[in-house]
Design a binder for this molecule. Structure first.
Ligand code: TYC
Length: 101
């Protein structure tokens, strides 16, 4: 057996990369009803009432709030689904995604 064969059996050639993570961010607006925002947070992000209320109030007061962190595909899908839930009722509710540092 050569040295190379031994290396192959004991050591990975390249480390599997850790997947990049993306934040889903809720943006405040002046029109979407508070209870609708809470309902979307509960249904799309599986939050309980208290957590959803806290996230909604933080966005309302600070302008934005991080909702959760996922891999890119999941973050984008959840942000799209939640934004569409608002749009389907005529609300400007917006969720964006941002790469985590
Ligand atoms: N600002 C909205 C209102 O006063 C409620 C709201 C909160 C909307 C958070 C969006 O991300 C949001 N009706």
């Amino acid at each position: 057996m050569t040295g190379t064969d031994t290396l192959k059996k004991t050591q990975a050639r390249s480390k599997p990369e850790r997947p990049k993570l993306y934040k889903v961010i809720l943006l405040n607006d002046d029109f979407t009803p508070r209870d609708f925002v809470v309902m979307v947070l509960k249904s799309v992000f599986r939050m309980g009432e208290g957590e959803a209320l806290g996230v909604m109030l933080t966005a309302h007061q600070q302008g934005a709030c991080v909702v959760a962190v996922f891999t890119r595909e999941i973050a984008e899908e959840k942000a799209r689904t939640a934004t569409e839930a608002g749009a389907s009722e005529g609300f400007p509710l917006t969720f964006t995604t941002e790469r985590e540092e």
